[in-house]
Ligand binder design. Sequence first.
Ligand SMILES: Cc1ncc(COP(=O)(O)O)c(C=O)c1O
Ligand SMILES: [Zn+2]
Length: 444
Amino acid sequence: MPTIEERYNEMFGKSVAWYERGKSLFAGGITHQTRFTSPFPAYIDYAEGPFKYDVDSNEIIDYVMGNGSLLMGHTKPEIVEAIREQVGRGTHAGGASTHEVRYAEAVKRLVPSLERVRFTASGTESTYLALRLARAYTGKTKIVKFHEHFHGWHDYVTPESGQALGGVPQEILDTVIVAPVDIAAVDDILTNEDDIAAVIVECNGAHYGTFPLQNPQFLQDLQDLTRKHGVIFIMDEVVTGFRLSPGGAQVRWGLDPDITTMAKIIAGGQPGAAVGGRADIMELMAFRDDPEWDNFGRVPQGGTYNAQPVTAAAGIAALEAIASEGINARADAMAQRLKDGLNEAFTRNEVTGHAHGIASIIHVNLGADCNCDRGLCDMPYQQIYDTMPVDKTRALRRAMLVNGVDMMGGRAFLVSSAHDEEVIDRTTAAFSQSLKDLRAEGEL
Ligand SMILES: Cc1ncc(COP(=O)(O)O)c(C=O)c1O
Ligand SMILES: [Zn+2]
């Protein structure tokens, strides 16, 4: 019986040559740090619905789903058509466009806290702009972020985000306070430190909910605390936006952030993102017919591709589907079916572990179980760290790939409305087989 690695090498053989070409072109051979997979990545040729197909023509059930941007699966016809139509009508307006207005209206319809919106080209730019706005509004410098929470790759959000710190200046590190996920500790920080502009939080917990927050209580407490201390409350809804509910985490849980950052689903699979929030904060970006303000006081924002018409067209199509087609309910139901199937697979194979998660994101803890309700897991964070080290998530991802499924980071499933019952049941069978394969190799 060949090993998992031998099967991987055989199944994805044609990818090796692409990886060799990539290595001579890209630092580390790849173009996004999470695309690193050992021994080499599978190179994808095309994708459709819940599937993607690599250069060896393997059909892979996809749960990476554009790093969470494709809540409706690949190639949803309405989005494809909207993009196709717009490409022929010009890809860049080089000025204000009707698209940006309709796009912002589609966003606001789903997320009522957004009194004003600005578009950017990525989630990283959105969190960067949100922090700049908070500093300008409060006249304060420091920001509070949470341990392990990921908000992109700019300097201010890199500390303790699961990323290395190479090249990040000490002056910037000195402006970032990393808080434990503990409301009393946050209260202490906000009480004892008076130069804090904002608190930013990944709404479902670090790394798209791998380390879950006990919500809605945690976010509600955080909102109350920021109000009490006069600090800007930034909900980073890059992942949770339009997924936890059509209006994101804030609508699901009745929250009212000062600023919200959004990306991924908002742009229908195109490169696009947004920042929105209270008018009095956002208006700090506006021109005022006052040269002193306009040139020296205003919060600046550029961005060649902000709300470019193709992104806007795709985003509008995606948001209209979310508003009217029951996309979230469908994806959530498929996720529930998958979660049940995964937990049954653990039991049937007598492997310790469990699957949990809310809405359409499922997390897997291989090697650790707890008494959670399989929704919001309350396992201690240290135990999550200890049971899912990188070599184990890589091993699980590889085992699942040879069984025809791609998991997000080897520890999560981002389910879409394009995954149907048959695909979900195939995934459960692949997971069960992967547990057997890993056990045969002594990995479990
Ligand atoms: C919560 C969160 N914020 C921000 C970002 C950064 O977004 P982008 O990759 O579009 O720059 C991500 C990316 O995964 C994210 O998960
Ligand atoms: Zn649990």
